[in-house]
Design a protein around this ligand. Sequence first.
Ligand code: FES
Ligand code: FES
Length: 205
Amino acid sequence: MPDFRQRGDRPFRPERDPCEFASTEDAADSTAVAPRLLVGAGMVRQVAFTLNGKAVRPEVDDGRALLWVLRSDLGLTGTKFGCGSALCGACTVLVDDEAVRSCATRVGDVAGRKVVTIEGLAANGTLHPVQQAFVDRSAFQCGFCTPGLILASVALLHKKPQPTREEIVHELDGNLCRCGSHVRVLAAVQAAAKANAGAVKGGAR
Ligand code: FES
Ligand code: FES
């Protein structure tokens, strides 16, 4: 296990996300509960894609999970690691405007595509209307699930600008929130729909 303690006066910043090491070890353990972790074993190459409106070209194992490339290689830690098995939605990002679980997406599969993370939603210092609706309705407590829920909501409103309550519940059902903020999340998405948030795209809009 690498030493993650602070060294000298340098800020604490492990070279790789500690969660990634944990998941790699889990993956090597056949008794681990997370059977679908994408930990690599692809081909090391440059994978070019658009990230939050900018072209990026990280040189990576193309079989690694997009989640780890975003967090460990590109420093975008707004995308969260929850289950690592496509079960909780904490790692949701947008790929070509669709909500995608980045823990279960090979980085090689986003080559040539447009990826938006929570860091790319606000534009020119102004929150995306869905972010603003979450703030206005206090639709979070600890906030761990929030980036995934916001991006899943943006994707929903993009394809269906005026969803019914049932459609919102159905779409966000797989985004788990251990703090139980679902009722306020629902209110936030309904408010965002009213404000026509579906017309506002994320990522260098
Ligand atoms: S971390 Fe990806 S779905 Fe849970
Ligand atoms: S706000 Fe804490 S997990 Fe959802």
